[in-house]
Design a protein around this ligand. Sequence first.
Ligand code: IVH
Length: 724
Amino acid sequence: MANLQQIHGIAKPLYLGIFKEIMYLCSLRAYTRAHAPKMDKEQAKNRIDFLRASLRENSRLYYVENAPVISDYEFDMQMHELESLEAEYPQFDSEDSPTHKVGSDLEKGFVQRPHRYPMLSLANTYSIEEVEEFAARAEKSLEKGFTYSCELKFDGTAICLSYRNGMLVQALTRGDGVVGDDVTANARRISNIPLRLHGDYPAEFEIRGEVLMPYEAFDNLNREREEQEEAPFANPRNAASGSLKLIDPQEVSHRGLWCTLYHIPAQSLSFSSHDEALNAAASWGLPVSSDRRICHNISEIREYIDYWDVQRKFLPYATDGIVIKINEMEYQRALGYTSKSPRWAVAYKFKAEQACTPILSIDYQVGRTGAVTPVANLEPVQLSGTVVKRATLVNADQMEMLDIHEGDWVYVEKGGEIIPKITGVEESKRAPGAVKPSFPAVCPDCGTPLVRAEDEAKWFCPNKDGCPMQIKGELLHFMSRKAMNILAGEMTVEQLYNLGLARTPADLYDLSVNQLLCLEGWKERSAMRFRKSLEESRSVSFERVLFALGIRFVGETTAKELAAHFGNIDALEAADLQSLLEVPDIGEVIAESVYSYFRNPEHLAQIERLKAAGLQFSSSSTGAAVSDALAGMSIVVSGTFSVSRDEIKAMISANGGKNSGSVSAKTSFLLAGEKPGPEKLRKCESLGVRIIGEEEFRSMLPAASGTLAETAVKDTEPQQLTLF
Ligand code: IVH
């Protein structure tokens, strides 16, 4: 049983009994819906509205932002639930429901062109029984003698190539299926897409396939992005799709993209089968996978699925299932299409790839809010192209539900996000006499007894002002890039704390250079750099200062909303619960948290000290001077600067300039920091575009931003040391 489950990529969760296993397999939500008391019409309408809104938003995050927040599995489960509700309540069905349309990847900045034939999606399933039903239906409705083409389902982004007289003339993304974004210039930079064909090709035809980013190129790209302080891509699919939509085709050449083609809309061509069409395409020099197989019955299909479920782990690129297509054109035509997908094909999707590995130990991490999170240290294991060493166990309830024992072999899985999670336990590998780890009763850091509020899933250390992990966590959060962007990492915070030099954010602004020179390994240069970034943090906007304060539940977005609504800290401090609830998207939990934050005298004293240090506590006086100094200019930013690139870009917009991703004849100048992209420099040279450095750029801005430039110059002078 365990083997069969592993072959199908489904881990056996530890908890016993058929009930919970079914729940796991079907996903909690789908199960709850299937077994919930029948909905009345109004409840069904509400659920349909909810699912449509969720699917639209998640489809945008997936196709446009390339940053999904739920796993493909959860997305597919919501889609299936919506399909069955619409079938059950046809009065609520609607043509523009996500069940009838393919997700759209259309973006501003690209010319859109119509597809000659609609570019559809595939019906998908996670159940082998449904594949059997597909085959049974085909066998019933078609005459004997048909075959199936079984293929890998490549996990990238779809592309449609057009060739005329053997030359690549156009490349479109799927878009909304009717029109696609024209990415021809970018497709020309993908090394295995031929610009010219050979052999006996038709005068004009289209061929569709997938653009992929192999794991190796993905790792290199993410390493570079982290070095440049850019958010890494969550997975190779998002990276492929983001890269295909780059504005600068030159940059596409460096992304290591790769293409595989799998479908010729052959209405106008005279092939008798899909397989024949793809073999012909390969003979013209087009990249077609040779991992296809012609199957004659369901048992051959199952063999193919079982084989690739294991072997795909050794492929250098991501696949997420198997596509089973009726091979003969005549039968494809007979079966036809729905509005969204062909009736002659089905995709069997693998459940997210899992790895099974033993737990070496469990750490209980105290976050800056005092929440205690259990994190398992694992025997390192390969998972979807990366090595996983740690995975979260979320909270005490989750550990209980999984029935974790010390040394257990656990299944690890990646969801839509980067951090892996533990989804099940392999009971058969449990050592006899293994004991359950006991969740600590006291804070692992300061020994204070942990508390847990009735409505909280997490245990908390209540020693907010005395627990070292919380104090250091608060400092790190305050200094982080998206908050005050003060250049220092965990080591510095550790040292500042250990030497008793900083316990609160306000302490940082009182540090003298002499004190900083007491830190191990610090020289004048590092002390100056640190002072300089403290100085620059004085012009960080109010909304970011608010975020930096670390008020519980006040993330970046909420901080923005509060800052926009109240305009300054005094108004926010004076707000009662009712006025906090009037802010868009702020509910009771956040309102209560903000309200009680300002009722704590220590917080008020801290704010007074930060005000005295010169931080921005009102929206109108943010450091980003609003001017039209850069009006009408199109500016390209490249390299690293004394502040984050986001901040530089914000300065450009705040001063009326336009940020542009690539150099063209219209570029006003390239703002080059340290290590600018060589391609961009070359392009500037060839087009005669001016290149300027950070200092010159700052001197173009009015006084408030200019202060930073003055500081930057002054701080390089050693005599400044004596001032602190
Ligand atoms: S055939 C008319 N074959 O999966 C149907 N699609 O989830 C044409 N995909 O939109 C598609 N591998 O982007 C086909 N071997 C394969 C595929 C494949 C990946 C993608 C394709 C499709 C999506 C549906």
